[in-house]
Ligand binder design. Sequence first.
Ligand code: ZN
Ligand code: MN
Length: 478
Amino acid sequence: MNNYTISIGLEVHCELKTDSKLLCSCPNEFGGEPNTRCCPVCIGLPGSMPTLNRKAVEYTVRAGLALGCEVAKYCRWDRKNYFYPDLPKAWQITQYDLPIAKNGVLEYDFCGKNKKVRIERIHLEEDAGKLIHRDGVTYIDYNRCGVPLMEIVTKPDLHTPEEAVAFLTELKNVIKYIGVSDVKMQEGSLRCDVNLSVAKKGEPLGTRTETKNVNSFKAVGRLCKFEAERQIAILEKGGKIEYQTRKWDDIKNVGYCMRGKEDEQDYRYFPEPDLPPIILTKEYIEQIRKSVPMSMRRKIQSYVDNYGLSEYDAKVLTEDKDISDLFEETIKLGANSKKTANLIMGEVLKLSKSIGSDGLNIGINAKRLYEILHLVDEKIISLTSVKNDLIPAIWKTDRQPEELIDELDLKMIYDREVIENELRKILKDYNKEVKEYLNGNKKVFSVLSGRAMKLTKGKCDAVLINEILNKILNSKEI
Ligand code: ZN
Ligand code: MN
């Protein structure tokens, strides 16, 4: 393996989140009753005429600018002809030699190093429908037909499976960040084709294979490893790599050949006669450039500079646009930046990850977060209660923090008498430890104080607990 260079290039398909489809006014939404979001244009009835969705072009330009591409002033639509049941017209409207954007670059971090991947091109095309195979019958759902699909093609600049995954993670973040797609792999709004070749060190690129429609980052990593090993094994035996279109079975963890690669000429690309070319003015492009949000790298630096966060914290908070928005909005309301960062990175992200949420669907918005931090500052509620009780309760009930604090009885207790009674009750269950303490083993104190903290569910201040516990243990009537 060490004698070989692996080269990986990716073709990332990304559904744009426009309101309507690319070439008709049907709604662009995931799911729905099959074949209810279709019209003569998107199911390709003869004589129907496409009309271009401007927003899809704008989103693609936006992605192009965020990825440092040159945006074309003139581009065109082409027909890619092939027959497949999910493509009722028998051609796909796409862009062949004149894509909207090209020659970009995306930087990403890998093992502490800054790496670059060149973006060859970004073009726009229509998505196909979906085939559903069930009980030996194949059904077709055309709802997805005509959904705007942006395709980002990289140069083969990735050299390990891990690099490919790190790059994809960064790319996904950027796309989500600029708000052009929700990049949900589980809903297929981000899909990836993997081109991989191997060559002896120092030799030119070998013949590549293309594995289609991989739909998770983990699968990309596994298939790259599998495919690189497969190709190297062939070369080691003196064989030759053949052009192939392949499929990956992520359950069996194997890839297999679907067909020999078709030549580009098999698609008989030709300019789409039903759509005029796109002409983008300099003013139009510059206007979109202004609206592209600050790149994540610059954002990380600004979090370090302006909010005094560590680089690690800044990275975690900027990884997802929803998270960084939440952070910034909470700060704007007047919250302390470090405390806000800690609460988001700790409890908010932990909960949203534990329920497998892709974003922040846990009922926490900036106003609520600010209120929680305020209540903690005022010592009305402890951070422990926030973590263990309040945030989970907000997620389950979607109600205001203050209401829930009352209802769940989470207010901190400062009444010494109440605390003392509570502690005396608790100590009854710890006779053995109390005796040990009274016999001179002072180390047991921390055990008892820990139990007391736990059993009072974070409602009492630690200093106060220790003080009162000390008082009880050293009093006569224990
Ligand atoms: Zn339609
Ligand atoms: Mn494509």
